[in-house]
Design a protein around this ligand. Structure first.
Ligand SMILES: [Cu+2]
Length: 598
C-alpha cells in the first residue's frame, strides 16, 4: 500500500490569507443540469462572503457557496474539469458515489494533488439515485469550513422511484466559527480543535444565515438535507408540519415513515417530504437537548397547491430492493463480524503545568476533580492535570492572561478566572451558535427518534463544544484519534484490509468508553461499495437505507453490512474533519473479481 495521505504537506506561510478586499462576492449555487457525456468546468477560488455586518474571505466552487448543484441522470457519466485557484493543493472527493477509483479524489493514493494554479479532469459516474456531495480531501478542516462543498442530485431511471412532490429544496447544513467579526484563525501547518472538531457559532444553511423558502398550502416539499459541517450533528425538526422520512445517504428508505425529527451527522444525508397543510409562518429547526436553532423560515401562502398531493402524502411506500435485503437480514445479524474496529482517543495532558501541586479535573464536568489521574465517572474522559492556582484571562483575547484580577489591555474587558487552571481544565461557555439564528426556545425535550440508546444527556452525541479552551489547544501532536482493528491490533494507516469485488463484509464498529475522550464519530466508507446498518447496540435496524456514513454514538456498537462492488484502493475514516486530519483513517484494497466479468 502506498504512503497514507497523512500528514499533509505543510505549506510555508504564517497563516492562510484572510483579506476579502477586491474579491467577487459569493453567489448562490447554480443548478447545473448535465446530460451523459457533458463537461462541467469547476473552479476553486476565493470569494468575499457577507455575514451580517462582517465581510470575510472564503472559498467557493465557481464563485458560489455552496458550489453548483449538479443534477444528473442515474447511469450517466459526466466530465468535470477542476481548476485550483484556492489557497493550497487540493482534490475533489465525490462523496457517496461508487465511481472509478482513480477519480475518488484521495490525495497521493488515487491522484496527485492538484497544485495551486493546476487542474485535473474527473470522470464521474452515478450508478445510484439519491443525494450526494463533493468536497476537498486535503486539510478538509480548513477547506470545507471555508465553503468548499456542493450537492449532486442523481435523478432515478425509474420515474416512480420517489413518491410525488411539488418542489425539491436542497439544503446544506453547516456552521462557521466567527471571532471578532473574522473567521477564527487556522494554522496552515497543522489542524487545531482536534479533540471535539471545530464547532461554529454561526449557522449557514445553503450558505445563508437567514434562509427562507415559500410553499403553497397543501404542497408537499421534498427537503434534501446534507450535513456539511466539520463536526456538528444536526437534529432537524419542523414544528407545525408533517414530516415523512423517504430517503438517506444513497437513495430511498425501505419504508417511508412519519417522523418528528431526523438526525444527520457530518456528511450524512436525509431526504424528507413535508406537507404544509395550511397557510402560515413556520420554522425549520435544529434541536439539541437544550436549545432550538432556526435553520430556515418558511412562509406557507394561501394559494392552493397544484397538483394537490395532500392525499398521497399519507401513503407509506416500501422499497422492494430493500425489502429483498430483509430476507437475508437475520442470517447477517447472527453472523460473527468479519472485522471489528474500535474508535478511541489518546490525549496528552495538554494542560499539565510544569511544577507545583496539581489537581485533576474533567474538561467537560468541572465539578469532577481528583488528587490522582483517572477518568471522569460521568463521561469517561481522561482527567487533565492543572495547577492549583488561579489564572485570569480575557474571554475575547485568550492570549491575555494574568495571575491577578484586572482588565484586558486590548479591550478593557474584565479578566475572568479561567477554565484551564482555577477550575481544573475548566469549562468555558460553549460555542453554541448565537445571534440572529441562535434563538433560545423552550427546552427541547428530545422526544427521541429512537436511534440507539443514550449515554448521558446528549444521547451519546456532543451537541456543542463544551470544552472550548482545551479543544482549541488540541492538535494531532497531543490528541490522537484512532481506528483500531481489534483482530490484528493495527491502528489507522497500519490497517491492511483486503476484500474482493462481490464480497459482503460484516463490520462491527465499537465506540469504546475506555478512551481518553469518548465521543461520537461518523464513520465513512469511500465508494468501494455501500452498506446497510444491521444493528445498533444489538437492536436490529428497523428501517434500512443504503449508506456511506454511519453515526456511532459515544459508547455505542454498530454493525454494518458492507456490499463491496468497486475494485481499487479506498479510504475509511471518521468524517469529523479534525479527527480525520489527526489520523483517524486508513485505506483498504478491493481486488477485481476475475470471474465477475466486469
Ligand atoms: Cu471522529
Amino acid at each position: 500500500m502506498q504512503q497514507p495521505s497523512q500528514p499533509d504537506q505543510p505549506i510555508s506561510a504564517e497563516s492562510f490569507p484572510t483579506d476579502p478586499t477586491g474579491l467577487p462576492e459569493a453567489t448562490r449555487p447554480q443548478l447545473q443540469e448535465l446530460a451523459d457525456g457533458d463537461l462541467l468546468d469547476l473552479r476553486i477560488g476565493a470569494v468575499a462572503k457577507r455575514l451580517g455586518d462582517a465581510t470575510v474571505r472564503m472559498l467557493g466552487y465557481n464563485g458560489s457557496i455552496p458550489g453548483p448543484t449538479l443534477k444528473v441522470q442515474q447511469g450517466s457519466e459526466v466530465i468535470v474539469h477542476v481548476t485550483n485557484d484556492g489557497d493550497l493543493e487540493g482534490t475533489v472527493h465525490w462523496h457517496g458515489l461508487r465511481l472509478e477509483n482513480k477519480y475518488d479524489g484521495v490525495p497521493h493514493e488515487t491522484q496527485t494533488p492538484i497544485p495551486v494554479g493546476g487542474d485535473f479532469t474527473y470522470r464521474i459516474r452515478f450508478p445510484d439515485p439519491g443525494l450526494y456531495w463533493y468536497h476537498p480531501h486535503i486539510r478538509e478542516d480548513y477547506t470545507q469550513e471555508m465553503g468548499l462543498y456542493g450537492n449532486i442530485l442523481v435523478v432515478p431511471a425509474d420515474p416512480d422511484y420517489w413518491p410525488p412532490a411539488n418542489q425539491d429544496v436542497l439544503l446544506t447544513l453547516d456552521d462557521l466559527l466567527i471571532e471578532d467579526g473574522k473567521i477564527a484563525p487556522f494554522s496552515p501547518v497543522e489542524t487545531t480543535y482536534t479533540a471535539m472538531g471545530r464547532f461554529g457559532n454561526v449557522l449557514l444553511i445553503s450558505g445563508e444565515q437567514d434562509y427562507s423558502l415559500t410553499a403553497a398550502a397543501g404542497e408537499v416539499v421534498r427537503l434534501w438535507l446534507t450535513n456539511t459541517a466539520n463536526t456538528r450533528v444536526f437534529n432537524v425538526t419542523l414544528p407545525g408540519a408533517r414530516m415523512k422520512l423517504v430517503g438517506g445517504d444513497s437513495g430511498r428508505a425501505e419504508h417511508a415513515e412519519f417522523v418528528s425529527q431526523v438526525i444527520l451527522a457530518p456528511s450524512e444525508r436525509v431526504v424528507v417530504d413535508v406537507l404544509f397543510d395550511q397557510p402560515g409562518q413556520l420554522e425549520l429547526q435544529h434541536r439539541t437537548p437544550d436549545r432550538a436553532y432556526r435553520l430556515a423560515s418558511i412562509t406557507v401562502t394561501g394559494d392552493p397547491a397544484t397538483p394537490s398531493l395532500a392525499e398521497r402524502f399519507g401513503e407509506l411506500r416500501t422499497a422492494p430492493e430493500l425489502a429483498a435485503e430483509r430476507e437475508f437480514f437475520d442470517t447477517w445479524l447472527e453472523a460473527p463480524p468479519d472485522k471489528t474496529l474500535a474508535l478511541i482517543a489518546e490525549m496528552d495532558d495538554i494542560t499539565a503545568p510544569g511544577q507545583g501541586p496539581v489537581i485533576y479535573g474533567c474538561p467537560m464536568h468541572p465539578e469532577v476533580t481528583s488528587d490522582e489521574p483517572g477518568r471522569c465517572p460521568k463521561c469517561g474522559m481522561k482527567l487533565l492535570a492543572t495547577a492549583v492556582a488561579t489564572v485570569y484571562a480575557c474571554p475575547m483575547h485568550p492570549e491575555v492572561t494574568s495571575d491577578q484580577p484586572g482588565r484586558c489591555p486590548q479591550c478593557g474587558m474584565k479578566l475572568l478566572v479561567t477554565a484551564l487552571v482555577s477550575q481544573p481544565a475548566g469549562r468555558e461557555p460553549s460555542t453554541a451558535p448565537h445571534g440572529d439564528h441562535g434563538e433560545d426556545h423552550a427546552h427541547g425535550d428530545g422526544d427521541g427518534h429512537g436511534e440507539g440508546h443514550s449515554h448521558g444527556d446528549g444521547g451519546g452525541i456532543e451537541w456543542e463544544d463544551d470544552m472550548v479552551a482545551v479543544n482549541r489547544l488540541t492538535t494531532p501532536a497531543n490528541m490522537r484519534w484512532k481506528l483500531v482493528d481489534r483482530t490484528t491490533g493495527a491502528a489507522n494507516a497500519a490497517i491492511d484490509w483486503q476484500f474482493t469485488e462481490g464480497d459482503r463484509v460484516k463490520i462491527r464498529l465499537v465506540n469504546e468508553m475506555d478512551s481518553d475522550h469518548p465521543m461520537h464519530h461518523p464513520f465513512h466508507l469511500h465508494g468501494a461499495g455501500r452498506f446497510l446498518v444491521l444493528a445498533r447496540d444489538g437492536v436490529p435496524e428497523p428501517n434500512l437505507v443504503w449508506k456511506d456514513t454511519v453515526l456511532v454514538r459515544t459508547g455505542q456498537t454498530v454493525d454494518i453490512l458492507f456490499d463491496v462492488t468497486n475494485p481499487g484502493l479506498w479510504m475509511a475514516h471518521c468524517h469529523i474533519a479534525e479527527h480525520m486530519q489527526s489520523g483517524m483513517m486508513f485505506s483498504f484494497t478491493v481486488a477485481r473479481n476475475q470471474g465477475a466479468g466486469r
